[in-house]
Structure formats: structure tokens, C-alpha cells
Design a protein around this ligand. Structure first.
Ligand SMILES: Cc1cc2nc3c(=O)[nH]c(=O)nc-3n(C[C@H](O)[C@H](O)[C@H](O)COP(=O)(O)OP(=O)(O)OC[C@H]3O[C@@H](n4cnc5c(N)ncnc54)[C@H](O)[C@@H]3O)c2cc1C
Length: 391
């Protein structure tokens, strides 16, 4: 089966790996140039961790961990008001986890398909024509090709989804937050601790990367607006929103790059179906959870794996394959989206009273006895992974 995958991120590369392994011919069209771009840290556990183990890439992922072993919550003066250490985190996540750069996961996945799968960088789809026996695709460079199946793995703002299912506004559920992040020198001297500083309506998070002396600063603030902010205005917007903020925030804002600054709303994607004809969606394109779930990359890998498995189990019937794939994964994604929404409501309290309550709750929650409660929000098991059709 010849499968075009639009998007060479976590979901797309995982899908390509397993399709190739099952004897299919995946082709990946990735809009970005080759090589890592920007980046942020992720917690990686559960289903994605298990798939990485099955791919034999765990060791390579573990080679480049973020240098953070604990999470601290601080007040404006830098005094620690709560701490979450690794043993407690592992209990919450029900098993091992890795903290790594998203770019590391993508790079290791790209290596896993190198020399086996055709990956076309700086390429994206412009038009899709569904037919009885295949799907015709016209690319941005005006060339056209025929494939058996088109997989949309092009993220939360998926172009494939727009072409095959309609405008993003129909499927987007905004959670009322905007986030932004960029690399900074380790000016706060926080070494190996991921540090959260919260104020009413806004939060600043600083954590070390896998490179000594470089950290990532992440800003997360309440925001009703859903408009995409032009790149040239992003640093200025952050300075306005964080005016008068405490802790190290002013120094961190002063480091904002004028060019590339990753900024987006926290948006979940909800679609009534994840496939239409010969087009199926995986990862954030159909089930974006947002960063508040800490499970997006893991479930994006699950999407790639389960779709490849279903196409292998039903090689001549993509409708049956899509139904199988969706039946396995959708309930997990829907439940996780719901929990993420409920968690997000308390993520950045809007008022002083809410903020004070959150500090108290954080202190109480970060205890062994409350692990089951935290597990409900963040834990994941690998029970959705089937005895695979792929050998
Ligand atoms: C700040 C932040 C923190 C996060 N923290 C965590 C965490 O702790 N744990 C976790 O599991 N998840 C986390 N996530 C979520 C996780 O990163 C995503 O859920 C995951 O990357 C989704 O994978 P994906 O492959 O579906 O989409 P993406 O990773 O977005 O990949 C999509 C790919 O498609 C490409 N593309 C886009 N448009 C086109 C087009 N038109 N044509 C061709 N290619 C295109 C993009 O360049 C990209 O390579 C976080 C996200 C953010 C932003």
C-alpha cells in the first residue's frame, strides 16, 4: 500500500516507521526544512514510552535527557513553596518516564526511518481529490501524485484536515490560554530544577534543556482571544501581558527573540470522525490535547502505531482499518481531553483568592498519599496497544 503522510512530526514519523516495517510504502511530506527547529521539553511516558521500547529507540532517547529531576513551585522572592521529586512523578505516571526535548524525540524518530522511508522536506499538500481506488494529491509545487491512502499528521493546525474535513474553526475548542516559549541562557542559576512561578492569570516556567547553560522559558497566561498573533508582535505582547510580574520574569522577557518565538493558543481538536474516504487523521490533527495533558506526544505515537497496525490488518479495506483504528484510540483521547480541560481550569487561577487556594492545594497534593488522585489526571497505561498485526 502506498501511503502519503502529511507531516513528519511525532505521529507522522511513527506511522511511517510501522507502515514500512509492515511492508507498505509510506512517503512523508514535511513542510519544514530538515533538522531540528526551536523546541520545548516534554514529559514522555505511558503508551508512547512503550511504543518507543518496541521500536528499540528508548536508549537513544534516554541519552539526551533534560537535566531536571524535580519540579519546584516558587513565590516572587524565589522561595520554594512546593516540590515534586522524581520517585513521586513515577508513581503518578505509573511507571518510567523520560523528560526530553521534543526535538530529540523527532530527531530519533527521523533516524529510525532514515534510508528506509522517503521524507520530502519543504513539501506540503495543496489539493486532495478522493477517488474510488485512491486519493490524488496536488502538492504546493504543483506536482500531482496518486496514493492509496492519505494520512494527515500535520498537527493541531492541520492542512489535511482543512482540505478533507473543513475549516479549523469547526473543530477547535479553545481552553482560554496562550503559551509561548523560547531558549534562554540559565540566568536564574536554577541548575537541574524545573521551576514554576505563578501569579493570578499568568505563569512563568523555567527549565533546563539537555545542553548545559541553556534553559527554556515558557509563559502560560489566561487569554480569551483566539486570534493568531503575528510573529513580529509576539515579544511585545508578552511584555504587555507580563508587565509588573515578579521573580525572574522581567530578565527572561528581556531575552525574548525578535524573530522565531513559538506562541499559540491552547486548543483541543474534536471531530465527529477521524477519517473521510481514503483520508485519516492522527496525532494533534484529530485529537490535540494541549500541553496541559503532558500526553500529546505519547498519544500521537499511539495514533501512528495503531493506524499502521489497522492498515496492516485490513490491507484491502481502508474503511475497516480506519474504523478499527478509531475504535481503539478515540475513547482514550476523548477521556484524556476531558480530564485535561478540567485540570486546565485550575492551571492558572484568575484571581488572588484562586491563586492562594492553588498554592495550598499544590502543597497538599504533592504528597505520597494523594498519588491516586494525581494518577487520575496524568497516569496512563499501555492497555490500548494491541497484540500487533505488525511483525
Ligand atoms: C510547549 C509544549 C509542551 C508540551 N508538553 C508535552 C509533554 O510534556 N508531553 C507530551 O506528551 N506532549 C506535550 N506536548 C504536546 C506534543 O508536543 C504534541 O501533542 C505532539 O507533538 C503532537 O504530535 P503530532 O505529530 O501530531 O504534531 P506535531 O508535533 O505538531 O507535528 C506536525 C508536523 O507536521 C508539519 N506540518 C505542519 N503543517 C504542515 C503542512 N501543511 N504540510 C506538511 N507538514 C506540515 C510540522 O512541521 C510538524 O513537523 C507539548 C506541546 C507544547 C507546544
Amino acid at each position: 500500500m502506498r501511503v502519503l503522510i502529511s507531516g513528519g512530526g511525532v505521529a507522522g514519523l511513527t506511522c511511517a516507521y510501522w507502515l514500512d516495517r509492515a511492508g507498505h510504502t509510506p512517503v512523508v511530506a514535511e513542510r519544514a526544512p530538515a533538522g531540528p527547529l526551536g523546541g520545548y521539553g516534554i514529559d514522555f511516558s505511558g503508551t508512547g514510552y512503550e511504543i518507543a521500547r518496541r521500536m528499540g529507540i528508548l536508549e537513544r532517547l534516554a541519552d539526551r535527557p533534560l537535566r531536571s529531576d524535580s519540579i519546584a513551585y516558587v513565590d516572587a522572592s524565589g522561595r520554594v513553596t512546593g516540590r515534586l521529586d522524581r520517585p513521586l512523578t513515577e508513581k503518578v505516571l505509573r511507571g518510567p518516564y523520560l523528560a526530553l526535548m521534543h526535538t530529540t524525540l523527532e530527531a530519533v524518530l527521523a533516524d529510525a526511518v532514515r534510508d528506509r522511508v522517503e521524507v520530502r522536506h519543504r513539501q506540503s499538500i495543496a489539493e486532495v481529490h478522493q477517488g474510488e481506488g485512491g486519493v490524488g494529491v496536488t502538492f504546493a509545487d504543483s506536482t500531482s501524485e496518486e496514493f492509496d491512502v492519505l494520512v494527515g499528521a500535520d498537527g493541531v493546525h492541520s492542512r489535511t484536515r482543512e482540505l478533507a474535513f473543513g475549516a479549523e474553526s469547526r473543530w477547535a475548542r479553545h481552553l482560554g490560554f496562550t503559551m509561548a516559549c523560547y531558549p534562554v541562557p540559565d540566568i536564574a542559576g536554577l541548575a537541574d530544577v524545573r521551576t514554576h512561578f505563578a501569579e493570578p492569570g499568568r505563569q512563568t516556567v523555567l527549565y533546563p534543556t539537555d545542553v548545559v547553560g541553556t534553559s527554556i522559558v515558557l509563559f502560560l497566561y489566561r487569554d480569551r482571544s483566539t486570534d493568531r498573533i503575528p510573529r513580529s508582535q509576539r515579544a511585545a505582547r508578552l511584555r504587555t501581558v507580563y508587565a509588573g510580574s515578579g521573580w525572574h520574569t522581567p530578565e527572561l522577557l528581556a531575552q525574548a527573540p525578535t524573530g522565531e518565538l513559538f506562541m499559540d493558543t491552547l486548543t483541543q481538536i474534536e471531530l465527529p470522525h477521524w477519517s473521510a474516504g481514503r483520508v485519516a487523521l492522527i496525532g494533534d490533527a484529530c485529537g490535540a490535547l494541549t500541553l496541559a495533558s503532558a500526553q500529546g506526544a505519547s498519544l500521537a505515537m499511539a495514533g501512528g502505531y495503531l493506524l499502521a497496525d489497522a492498515l496492516t490488518a485490513h490491507p484491502n479495506d481502508c474503511a475497516a482499518a480506519f474504523t478499527d483504528y478509531e475504535a481503539r484510540l478515540r475513547p482514550v483521547v476523548v477521556a484524556r481531553q476531558r480530564r485535561t480541560r478540567s485540570f486546565a481550569r485550575s492551571l492558572v487561577p484568575a484571581t488572588r483568592a484562586g491563586h492562594a487556594a492553588q498554592r495550598l492545594i499544590t502543597r497538599l497534593l504533592l504528597r505520597d498519599s494523594l498519588v491516586p488522585l494525581l494518577r487520575h489526571g496524568f497516569g496512563d497505561t499501555s492497555s490500548i496497544l494491541p497484540t500487533t498485526s505488525i511483525t
